[in-house]
Design a protein around this ligand. Sequence first.
Ligand code: PEP
Length: 257
Amino acid sequence: MNRRYRKTIIAGNWKMNKTASETKKFAEELKAVMPKAKWCEVVVCVPAVNIQTAIKAFKDMRVSVGAENLFYEKSGAYTGEVSGDMLKDLGVKYVIIGHSERRQYFGETDVTVNKKVHAALEAGLHPIICVGESLEQREMGITMELVALQVKAALSGVSAEKVRKCVIAYEPVWAIGTGKTATAEQAAEVCTLIRTTIRHLYGARIARSVTIQYGGSMKPANAAELLAQPDIDGGLIGGAALKSGEFVDIINAANQE
Ligand code: PEP
């Protein structure tokens, strides 16, 4: 973390979990244990149907609500899709883009990720852009090239002013939902590479202002070590974000002065 230059952001990704009633219950539980002063921003990204409930439930807790996806067109005949303007109008602040599960199961590519990044920024949302290698790609030794390419593709055509509104989440695919966490060294190496890639594209001042998260089985037991790395400015958290106790332990790990 480096709070002097950029925000620390702890974001939960609920994926396809929790009903609206469970969302309310989680918010009540979190409220009871949430630290009074926060040195990090807390975000909960929920299924689209729970956004309104979440906005209401987290309102007085200074917890921002995020979406897990959006479509890149502004409106039209795209049955089942949700636009950036629709999310913004509800009070959504962040939107996850290019999560590996969407790349794997819903055919998202670097090209659609780039279109969605532009759509999110145009709607006034902060995209949380997910990048990361599979186990095969890590074993082939192409992690650094691949992640740099994903970052460049996602940010293609994004202005320097707008890139400051983006968050990049490094999520090695082999660590998501598997219980296997990247070591702090592995995570730090790739997060530093991401910042270097942004520096080459936009210069040092912009690069140091962008929040870069780590995601992949982050939990209370490993959060502090990961967050101690200078280029890791927070976490994108799946499983552990579904339990208020574990989520708040991670928030507390990021909340050290
Ligand atoms: C995720 O879904 O972005 C994620 C990191 O999941 P988990 O923490 O469960 O590995």
